[in-house]
Ligand binder design. Structure first.
Ligand SMILES: Cc1cc2nc3c(=O)[nH]c(=O)nc-3n(C[C@H](O)[C@H](O)[C@H](O)COP(=O)(O)OP(=O)(O)OC[C@H]3O[C@@H](n4cnc5c(N)ncnc54)[C@H](O)[C@@H]3O)c2cc1C
Length: 466
C-alpha cells in the first residue's frame, strides 16, 4: 500500500489528450479545430513520439500503389530509400498535411515521390519545432514533463488523468480523455480490456535507432556498384556481416543492416538493432532492452568503421531518447480491425481514416526475418470509428497504435501517418462528444466524418456523411 496523497487540479478543458506522438498531435489539432478547449500532455520535453524520441526518421508511405515499381537503372544515383513502391495516390491528408507543410518549409523533410519510395525522410529536430508550431496555430494548450500514471473517477468511467510532475501530482479533468500514449496506458488504467501481441503473447521486437554522420555517400555508392548483389534499396551487406560474424566481431539478431537516407547528404539513420521477448509496458524489460540494444549499436558502429566503404570516419551522433517500442497494448474496441480487412482493402460506412501500408511484422520470436504482405494494386483500407471506442469504458477514446485491431492489422496501421489520422479522428469525436454532452460512442459517425472532411481529411468514397 502507498500513502494517500493530494493533488492539484491543473485544468478542466473539454478534451485532454495524453501523449504527444503523431496520434496525439493529430488528436489535439482535430479536437481544437472542431471547437474544443484542449490540453495535450506529454511525458518528455518535446513532441513527436517515436519519430523524435526513438528517431524513427522516415514516415512510411501513405500512398497506395497504382502500378508496380519500375526497375532502377544502373546509372541512377543511390537513394538509400525504398525502391519497391510504385506510383500511387495519397490516402491520408488532414493534419498530416499541416505537419508536412511546416517540415518541408524548414528543409526538415523530403517530399514523397517515386524517388523516395513514397516515404518521407525527416529531421527530428525540425519535426519537434513543426509539431509545436502546428499545435500553437490550432490553439492547443500543452503540458510537458507530465507522466500520466492513472485516472480519477469511477471504474470504467474516468473523469480525469493523474499526472506525475516536478510540481507534484496534478490532475486534469475533462469531459473526454483521448489516450494517445501508444501503449494505451490511460485506457488500461481506466479498466479497458486489451490484447497484447499474437496468440502466444509475443510482440514485435524493439529497436534502438541511431543517426550516423560523416557518411561518405559516394564511397558507399562505389561499393554498391561493384557489389549490386549486396544491397537492395535500404538493406543488405550480407557478405560483410558474415565475415564480421566469422571473425567474432558481430553478433546481431538481424542478418542484414537496414538504414535510410535523411534530409542530410552525409547522414543516415539505422534501424538495425533488435531485441525480442520484451514488452514495452514492463520497466524491467525496457531496462534490459536498452542495455542489449546499446551493445548491438556499439558493435554496428565498429563494424561500419572497419569494414564498410564510406563509413570509415562516420560516428553515431545520436541514439533514441528511448528504445523504439513497436507493439504493446491494443485496446479492445467496438470493432477490431483484422488482417483480412487490411489485405482486402475493406471499406466501412463509419470510416474515419484510411491506410495503404502493408502488414509488416518483424519476427516476434527473434528470428531474422520480417514478414511483409502488401495490399493489392490500387488498394487502401478503411478504419472504422468503432476501432477508437473502447468496448467497456466511457468518456475515453484511443488513437494511434493502441486502437482496436489484431496483431497483424496493427502492424500496418501503427505507422506514423496512419497513427496521425486515427488520432485526428479521435480528437474530432472527443470534441463533438464534449460539445454535445454525449458519450463518445453515441456521437454519430456522419457528424465525425463531416468535421473531418472540413479539416481536409481523406476518407475515400464510402463516407455516409456525403
Ligand atoms: C523501431 C521502430 C521503427 C519504426 N519504423 C517506422 C517507420 O520507418 N515509419 C513509420 O511511419 N513508422 C514506423 N514505426 C511506427 C511508428 O513510429 C509508431 O507506431 C507511431 O509513432 C505510433 O504513434 P503513436 O502516437 O500511437 O505513439 P508514439 O509515437 O509511441 O507516441 C506516444 C507518445 O506518448 C507519450 N507517452 C507515452 N506514455 C505516456 C504517459 N503515460 N504519460 C504521458 N505521455 C506518455 C510518449 O512519450 C510519446 O510521445 C516504427 C516504430 C518503431 C518502434
Amino acid at each position: 500500500m502507498l500513502p494517500a496523497r493530494r493533488g492539484r487540479v491543473a485544468a478542466r478543458p473539454d478534451v485532454v489528450v495524453v501523449g504527444g506522438g503523431p496520434s496525439g498531435i493529430g488528436a489535439a489539432v482535430g479536437a481544437a479545430s472542431a471547437g474544443a478547449e484542449v490540453v495535450l500532455v506529454e511525458r518528455y520535453g518535446f513532441l513527436g513520439g517515436n519519430a523524435t524520441a526513438a528517431l524513427v526518421m522516415p514516415l512510411m508511405s501513405w500512398h497506395n500503389e497504382v502500378r508496380g515499381a519500375r526497375a532502377r537503372g544502373d546509372d541512377e544515383p543511390l537513394r538509400l530509400l525504398p525502391s519497391d513502391h510504385g506510383p500511387g495516390e495519397p490516402v491520408v491528408a488532414g493534419a498530416l498535411l499541416g505537419l508536412m507543410g511546416r517540415l518541408l518549409k524548414s528543409g526538415g523533410a523530403i517530399a514523397p515521390s517515386e524517388e523516395t519510395g513514397y516515404t518521407v525522410p525527416i529531421d527530428p529536430e525540425a519535426y519537434k519545432s513543426a509539431a509545436l508550431d502546428l499545435l500553437d496555430s490550432a490553439g492547443v494548450n500543452y503540458l510537458m514533463h507530465a507522466f500520466a500514471s492513472g485516472v480519477t473517477g469511477e471504474p470504467r468511467q474516468p473523469e480525469g488523468v493523474v499526472l506525475e510532475t516536478k510540481s507534484g501530482p496534478l490532475a486534469i479533468e475533462a469531459a473526454v480523455i483521448v489516450d494517445c500514449t501508444g501503449d494505451g496506458d490511460v485506457a488500461a488504467a481506466a479498466g479497458a480490456a486489451y490484447d497484447v501481441g499474437r496468440d502466444d503473447g509475443l510482440v514485435q521486437p524493439m529497436t534502438l535507432m541511431f543517426r550516423i554522420v560523416e557518411f561518405e555517400r559516394q564511397r558507399f555508392e562505389g561499393y554498391v556498384r561493384e557489389r549490386p548483389d549486396q544491397w537492395k534499396g535500404v538493406c543488405g551487406l550480407w557478405e560483410l556481416i558474415e565475415q564480421a560474424r566469422a571473425a567474432g566481431e558481430l553478433d546481431l539478431p538481424r542478418e542484414d543492416l537496414l538504414f535510410f537516407a535523411t534530409p542530410h547528404e552525409h547522414e543516415v539513420t539505422f534501424n538495425s538493432t533488435r531485441v525480442s521477448g520484451v514488452l514495452g509496458t514492463d520497466v524491467f524489460d525496457l531496462t534490459r532492452a536498452e542495455r542489449l540494444a546499446r551493445q548491438q549499436m556499439a558493435q554496428i558502429v565498429r563494424f561500419l568503421n572497419k569494414r564498410v566503404l564510406g563509413f570509415e570516419r562516420a560516428y553515431a551522433v545520436q541514439s533514441g531518447t528511448q528504445i523504439g517500442v513497436r507493439e504493446t497494448r491494443r485496446i479492445v474496441g467496438e470493432y477490431s480491425l483484422t488482417a483480412a480487412d487490411v489485405l482486402r482493402s475493406r471499406q466501412f460506412d463509419d470510416v474515419i481514416a484510411r491506410g495503404s501500408y502493408p502488414i509488416d511484422i518483424h519476427d516476434p520470436k527473434g528470428g531474422r526475418g520480417t514478414l511483409l504482405e502488401r495490399l493489392p494494386i490500387g488498394g487502401a483500407y478503411d478504419i472504422p470509428l468503432r476501432c477508437l471506442i473502447p468496448r467497456d469504458v466511457d468518456g475515453l477514446l484511443v488513437g494511434g497504435r493502441c486502437i482496436s485491431g489484431s496483431h497483424e492489422a496493427h502492424s500496418s496501421y501503427r505507422v506514423t501517418p496512419i497513427a496521425l489520422a486515427t488520432g485526428q479522428a479521435a480528437g474530432v469525436t472527443a470534441a463533438l462528444a464534449a460539445g454535445t454532452r454525449v458519450a463518445p460512442r453515441d456521437v454519430a459517425a456522419g457528424a465525425v466524418q463531416r468535421a473531418l472532411l472540413e479539416q481536409g481529411a481523406d476518407l475515400g468514397d464510402r463516407v455516409i456523411a456525403r
